[in-house]
Design a binder for this molecule. Structure first.
Ligand code: UP5
Ligand code: MG
Length: 199
């Protein structure tokens, strides 16, 4: 049978910018599968037999970016499983990846020939709003990195490593930017306009 080449939208933005929230809204309204690199890493961390559990735990707490070999395998497996279960599910939102040069190199090596990156959906949000949202969530999330110390590091990593990746895609004309500091509904209004236009 004919298998479609996976169509990918990278979803980027600072910690707490609303990537996961908006991806959930997209999935409710469009034919996309949401894959959060962070969620996949947290699930791998929780797996008893994982040889990477401790490494992932340390990286996440320190707000550092896990070596791409680990992340890319999780993403590739999740994409393959999704398409094996339903070949019509070939559109993916890849949330929180690629975050640095290592990530981008890993993607280009393993996935570039296997998938098309349509564009980058960039949730633009001030550091202050990002920090406030994560600290608020930290009261109930149980996430090991929703505390002030980890958040400082996550913001630093975002500014130093991830912004340059977004800038690189910007030069290629591939970034669609949304002001993510507004309400969930307002942000999603802009997201819808972008997706309706891009198809
Ligand atoms: N909220 C959301 N939208 C709102 C709005 N418009 N107005 C008011 N509140 C809003 O939202 C965060 C919080 O804000 C929630 O409480 C939400 O209700 C509220 P969410 O949608 O979860 O934001 P998101 O951008 O997804 O925030 P998240 O914390 O998931 O972002 P990070 O990028 O920091 O986390 P991620 O899970 O992607 O990565 C965590 C760590 O994993 C990284 O620091 C890194 O150590 C590791 N990692 C890698 O190493 N490699 C990867 O490829 C990916 C992750
Ligand atoms: Mg998230």
């Amino acid at each position: 049978s004919l298998t479609m080449k996976p169509q990918v939208v990278f979803v980027l933005g600072g910690p707490g910018a609303g990537k996961g929230t908006q991806c959930s809204r997209i999935v409710e309204n469009y034919n996309y599968t949401h894959l959060s690199a962070g969620d996949l890493l947290r699930a791998e961390r929780a797996r008893e037999e994982s040889e990477f559990g401790q490494l992932i735990a340390n990286y996440i707490k320190e707000g550092k970016i896990v070596p791409v070999e680990i992340t890319i395998n999780l993403l590739r497996k999740a994409m393959e499983e999704t398409m094996q279960q339903d070949e019509k599910k070939f559109r993916f939102l890849i949330d929180g990846f690629p975050r640095n040069e290592d990530n981008l190199e890993g993607w280009n090596t393993v996935m570039d020939s296997k998938a098309d990156v349509k564009f980058v959906l960039f949730f633009d949000c001030s550091n202050e709003v990002c920090i406030d949202r994560c600290l608020e969530r930290g009261k109930v999330s149980g996430r090991t990195d929703d505390n002030r110390e980890s958040l400082e590091k996550r913001i630093q990593t975002y500014l130093q490593s991830t912004r340059p990746i977004i800038a690189l895609y910007e030069k290629l004309g591939k970034v669609r930017t949304v002001d993510a500091s507004r309400s969930v509904d307002e942000v999603f209004g802009d997201v819808k306009a972008i997706l309706d236009k891009e198809g």
